[in-house]
Design a protein around this ligand. Sequence first.
Ligand code: G6P
Length: 491
Amino acid sequence: MEATKRADHAVSNTATAAEHDFMVVSNRLPVDRCTAEESGCEDGWRRSPGGLVTALAPMMTKTDGAWVGWHGAPDETVEPFSHGGIDLVPVQLSTQDIELFYEGFSNATLWPLYHDVIAPPEFHRTWWDAYRRVNRRFADAVAHHAAPGATVWVQDYQLQLVPKMLRDARPDLRIGFFNHIPFPPPEIFAQLPWRQAIIDGLLGADLVGFQRSSDAGNFMRSARRFLGASVKQQQVHVKGGDGATTHIARAQAFPISIDVQQISELARRPEIIERARQIRRDLGNPKTILLGVDRLDYTKGIRHRLKAYEELLADGKVTVEDAALIQVASPSRERVEQYRLLREEVEGTVGHINGTYDTMQNTAVRYLHHSYPVEEMVALYLAADVMLVTALRDGMNLVAKEYVTARTNNDGALVLSEFAGAADQLKQALLMNPHDIDGLKDTIMKAVNMQPAEAARRMRAMRKQILDHDVDRWSSEFLTALNEKVIRDDT
Ligand code: G6P
């Protein structure tokens, strides 16, 4: 019977389907295209940086797993292949899918809506149609490749309809979903014309994971309000067409983390420590290096950070001789209008600050619109006395966790927005509200002037938290919870 079901949902680009007991599904596959001379490049592909793939790779090999996702090239069909011991199942996206599903519904509707409408979300029916169509394609690929009773873990906001589509096609599967970004309160979520379908899509999962407990609470309040679901202890008894309970969907917080071992190991390498010293020398040996590292995204509060810094320069609280701000802004979603506007604004502001305060020897803000390999990032973390994470809204913010992990000497100060998920775990950071520019300025000065004993006390506590909660623990806690039997109390 299972075989028949799978045949119904066969995808056309593969002749025979391999059966996998564990499947991860995300918009992007965990590999990028590369050329032979780049390090780590194997057969034209390289593993993408990031903790998620490191955390899941052992599980993938142990359980005959596979990863389903887009391979990054528009209009190109790539057959399933293996890389670094992981079976990969590419899903094709056309140029039009990228425009309507990825840039449109995912990143110009859902992204701003889920991040406190910092930018206005746009609602277009053609984008929604593409979102449904592409989610269906992902669900079909999984349904085709999953072994009977397999565990499937769907990742992030681009694929919220997949759990329900999969449940309908393959009721034998155990389905988990994790939302890497915030889930908005129902008062904001209410704006979405397709709010019921999204909640319904997510409730197809047995377990819906979020970064913060407030996100899980927001989701369940929306399930109650927009679907009339009866929620008890963060659980919903989901009913099928005949009114009978098909499964119980649970919502719970699982704060994601980083590959602690990788960052700690890099932070102890002599050549990386030397590179950090060189960065400081290159900047003219300032007393304080401040650092911001973000995708160039309007949720990150880069403008607020620059405004506060500019005012500190104007007030004479910091000078270009004593302090240097490095802002790494990695290019992101450059075809989406709001990202283009942000880039213009940030670059205009940096130009204005530097034009006003630079001297022949010193630059106020080193602005780097690049992505760097993790080795260089760790050198930057080691060089930075003060790390600025001023997000206006952020699911977690892994940069904050990487900085703390890299500070193996227990020195340095982390300025952290209370609107980043990381604030729930890093309570000894200098927490602040980035909208309050005076408060942000005071907090930056507190970080700049912090005594070593206080810095060490805070850093030690934060390091302990992260060292005890790395990304392996995150994935194993989620998967354990997913496979727990839930007691049904309605029978
Ligand atoms: C966030 C999202 C991810 C996404 C990443 C990069 O972290 O949660 O799902 O992959 O940003 O964005 P991009 O649009 O380049 O995939």
